[in-house]
Design a protein around this ligand. Structure first.
Ligand code: GLC
Length: 549
């Protein structure tokens, strides 16, 4: 007989202003979503055309990856003008129309904001590198070489190689935690803070609903630039660096409070989502701010790096819920444009269970475009690879092209992403004839229908949006938890294993009713003492009464 085994975690109180606490977000990787002008690259008008699809799916807010002018060394994450639109993505008028259309549909738009670094083609950097005495020299991080000419310290770039690039013209190195074409800004300089405040205000004046702050945990570097500790990794041999002197430095937090103040000087509640790295709960909690006055939603990416195994996932989630500050809302990210797609990472048999978990946890979820139709990574032949970050040291940092291929709207040559005679910027997956929106939207048992049904249930259920969560005791390969609000009580049971399971819920309730199964078809009436789960099945049940409490 199963009983609830964990502490009960309550959701913070919600109001219309705090819409983001339970909103469903959707990441649009702009280059790959929808091309409207036949150049093989997705764009703002394309997103606008597809808003009704997202509305129908049940999405509340869309996060759009960077669309600012950029030399595209890191496909937009190298910004050369923070208040413009790259011509490959459209015009500022296109952005204004997209924002208006989203608002007309009752949806929100969150834009990506890259504060840690600019492009090396940004005019600020051009000035900074022009001479040692230029007024903007100190906007970036410049250091002398060591006496033997080597870089100032042992810091490495996340994409591989040294984090320092030599500049022969001025005879110093500059710091770049990512590509050498992405020099890091010096956030200890008040003029940088001021310049970025102006950028944030430009977009807030336009009415954007928030920002996703890119690589925000790295904004401030240790003042003394000490060497990073180096250790031997688990497989032996390779040396791995802990980026302790660039990650979550104490001086970062007043800067985040300042960004929050800028946001709050505008009417309505706008949201700050933060890419804060793979941090565990105690460290991640710091990004909410001591008085919840920093980032509303630091991204919890740990489940993304956790084995798809019931006990590991239960432990990871329990640790998170227990470690979050009072009043903080969790924000779960299981997939994105930097990591393998869900199915490629965990296996096809689990893909609906992943959706069930993500969309029924307490907190706000974010989907990555194509998750809802079960897209997987695409093989990209060497001659078509374009992600330079993956070309420096592929063993250390593999390229991200396979998980960024075009959205599959239909079964045609380019999957409806762009014209059939056009070459898309990345190859379209060969599985487009079955894995596509057009086929799945009319199939009552498709993955798309499953996502839509689940999202509708979520939107109609206070228990799922605002209810408490309590995990059942450890039950082998099954992860089970109860979501509860007022007299609505739901139980979610996810079978991670390849064998069937019988759950005895008689200690919890005297009546169980099946609401939705990952198999779509299933009898609604269930015997309380013998609730059967098929291999890899996940089910949302409605429980009648609370026997325990
Ligand atoms: C973030 C982005 C990633 C980008 C990096 C540098 O991690 O998600 O795509 O390459 O920042 O801007």
């Amino acid at each position: 007989m199963l009983t609830t085994g964990s502490q009960i975690f309550q959701a913070p109180t919600q109001t219309a202003e705090t819409w983001w606490r339970s909103a469903v977000f959707y990441e649009v990787y702009i280059r790959s979503f929808q091309d409207s002008n036949g150049d093989g690259i997705g764009d703002l008008r394309g997103i606008q055309q597809r808003l009704p699809y997202l509305k129908q799916l049940g999405i509340d807010a869309v996060w759009i990856t960077p669309f600012y002018p950029s030399p595209m060394a890191d496909f937009g994450y190298d910004v050369s003008d923070y208040t413009g639109v790259d011509s490959s993505f459209g015009t500022m008028e296109d952005f204004d129309r997209l924002l208006q259309s989203a608002h007309d549909l009752g949806m929100r738009i969150v834009i990506d904001m890259v504060l840690n670094h600019t492009s090396d083609e940004h005019p600020w950097f051009a000035e900074s590198r022009s001479s040692r005495t230029n007024p903007k020299r100190d906007w970036y991080i410049w250091r002398d070489a060591q006496p033997d000419g080597s870089p100032p310290n042992n810091w490495t770039s996340f994409f591989g190689g040294s984090a320092w690039q030599w500049d022969a013209h001025t005879g110093q190195y500059y710091l770049h935690l990512f590509l050498d074409r992405q020099p890091d800004l010096n956030w200890r300089n008040p003029e940088v803070i001021q310049a970025m405040d102006t950028v944030l205000r430009f977009w807030l004046d336009k009415g954007v609903d928030g920002f996703r702050l890119d690589a925000i945990n790295f904004l401030v570097k240790h003042e003394a630039f000490p060497d990073m500790p180096v250790v031997t990794n688990a497989t032996g041999g390779d040396l791995v660096q802990y980026h302790v002197y660039v990650n979550n430095q104490p001086e970062l937090h007043p800067l985040l409070q300042n960004v929050r103040r800028v946001l709050e000087s505008y009417p309505g509640e706008r949201v700050l989502i933060g890419e804060t790295g793979t941090l565990k709960a105690p460290e991640l909690s710091q990004f909410y701010g001591a008085g919840l006055d920093e980032i509303h939603l630091p991204m919890i990416v740990l489940p993304l790096h956790t084995a798809w195994q019931a006990q590991a996932m239960r432990a990871c989630l329990l640790e998170f819920y227990a470690g979050l500050p009072q009043g903080a809302s969790p924000h779960f990210v299981f997939s994105n444009h930097d990591d393998k797609r869900l199915i490629t990472r965990y296996g096809f048999e689990h893909h609906r269970s992943i959706a069930m978990l993500l969309l029924t946890l307490l907190g706000s979820p974010i989907l990555y475009y194509g998750d809802e139709i079960a897209m997987c990574d695409t093989y990209v032949p060497p001659e078509k690879r374009v992600d330079t970050a993956g070309m420096i040291d592929p063993d250390h940092y593999p390229g991200r092209d396979p998980n960024r291929t075009p959205m599959q709207w239909d079964g045609s040559t380019n999957a409806g992403f762009t014209g059939t005679a056009v070459e898309a910027w990345l190859p379209v997956n060969d599985n487009r004839s079955t894995i596509n929106v057009a086929v799945q939207e009319h199939d009552p048992e498709s993955t798309l229908t499953f996502y839509q049904t689940l999202l509708r249930l979520r939107s109609d259920s206070r228990a799922l949006r605002e209810g408490s969560i309590q995990f059942l005791e450890d039950c082998g390969d099954v992860l089970a938890y109860v979501r509860e609000c007022d007299d609505e009580r739901l139980l979610i049971a996810i079978n991670f294993g390849g064998a069937a399971h019988i759950l005895d819920l008689s200690a919890l309730t005297d009546h169980v009713h099946c609401v939705l199964s990952s198999r779509m078809q299933r009898p609604e009436a269930v015997s309380v003492a013998e609730v059967a789960l098929n291999a890899y099945e996940s089910v949302l049940f409605r429980l009648a009464s609370n026997k325990e409490g």
